[in-house]
Design a protein around this ligand. Structure first.
Ligand SMILES: Nc1ncnc2c1ncn2[C@@H]1O[C@H](COP(=O)(O)OP(=O)(O)OP(=O)(O)O)[C@@H](O)[C@H]1O
Length: 279
């Protein structure tokens, strides 16, 4: 084999090295995704049975091989059903990591600075809502389509304004419960139900609203703005990470960074923010 070398009795080619490297990356990503969840234990159990299957097959134990073989063929299907959420997240991670995602032109990122969605209504509404201890949950769609979640609420399709955001989250409004979804600079829907994170590392101080924000960013690349009803704190969530206690200037800087890839100015104070939950 061209470009191969020998270690003891093993002849190793470059393809084998690349193969092992890719499998290592694949397993590392799987481990990162599953760590902290009950799925990791199921996965380890499944891998142990698979290893046992390989050993009994290599040693020629036919009866055990056929029993474990049956289990393996059903196990793959069972695994797909059991790990639905994790497989979704895994494929999304791969999708996010590819250069294609960067090349793919986000409608907002493609626009010239003058045509970008105006984030001032969000910053001002968040500030006013926080001042009144009124909770809010606003999800910004990026590359992932949030239609599935938008369909769980009431479709609105309206121009963004501070007044409209304030009226939606007003505690007496029939639309205030659940999340608002922003797509291509418009309020697509309100009263939407988001997936709640099952990450055990989410601090107990965070209620369901924050868990829903974290949950959505775990399964999509959405950016979520949260105003806590209890503390009036403003947070942004991206990829499962919570940037807490943002002042208006910090919120503006982070929104510009996360939505439009605009690097925060060195003068912008982001010191008070803290990324709390690792993705
Ligand atoms: N899965 C969800 N999807 C969308 N919105 C949700 C979801 N779960 C909760 N919410 C919103 O959060 C509101 C408050 O929930 P909860 O009382 O648990 O939060 P909280 O204790 O005020 O938490 P936080 O401090 O995170 O604001 C709900 O009334 C609802 O509007």
């Amino acid at each position: 084999m061209i470009g191969s070398f020998t270690v003891g009795f093993l002849r190793i080619g470059w393809v084998d090295v690349i193969d092992v490297l890719l499998v290592t990356v694949l397993f590392y990503q799987l481990y990162k995704l599953l760590t902290g969840s009950v799925a990791l234990k199921i996965f380890l159990g499944f891998m142990s049975i698979y290893l046992l299957y390989l050993v009994v097959k290599a040693t020629g134990m036919e009866l055990l091989t056929s029993i474990l073989g049956q289990f393996m063929s059903v196990g793959v299907l069972a695994g797909i059903i059991l790990f639905q959420q994790e497989i979704r997240r895994f494929l999304l991670t791969i999708g996010k990591a590819t250069a294609l995602d960067r090349v793919r032109v986000f409608p907002w990122r493609r626009e010239a600075a003058s045509e970008r969605m105006n984030i001032t209504p969000f910053v001002e509404a968040a500030k006013s809502l926080a001042g009144k201890q009124t909770g809010a949950l606003i999800a910004f769609a990026m590359a992932s389509d949030l239609k599935f979640f938008a369909d769980s609420g009431d479709l609105i399709d309206a121009t963004v304004s501070k007044r409209l955001l304030m009226s939606i989250f007003n505690k007496t409004s029939p639309l205030h419960d659940g999340a608002v979804i922003i797509t291509r600079g418009r309020i697509q829907a309100a009263r939407c139900i988001l997936p709640v994170s099952e990450n055990p590392d989410v601090p107990a101080s965070m209620g369901l609203r924050h868990r829903a924000a974290i949950g959505l960013t775990e399964v999509t690349d959405a950016i979520v703005l949260v105003v806590s009803e209890e503390t009036g704190q403003i947070s942004l969530v991206r990829g499962g990470e919570v940037f807490r206690n943002l002042a208006s200037a910090d919120l503006r800087a982070r929104l510009n960074e996360f939505l439009f890839d605009v690097a925060p100015k060195p003068t912008a104070s982001t010191g008070s923010t803290a990324a709390e939950v690792a993705a």
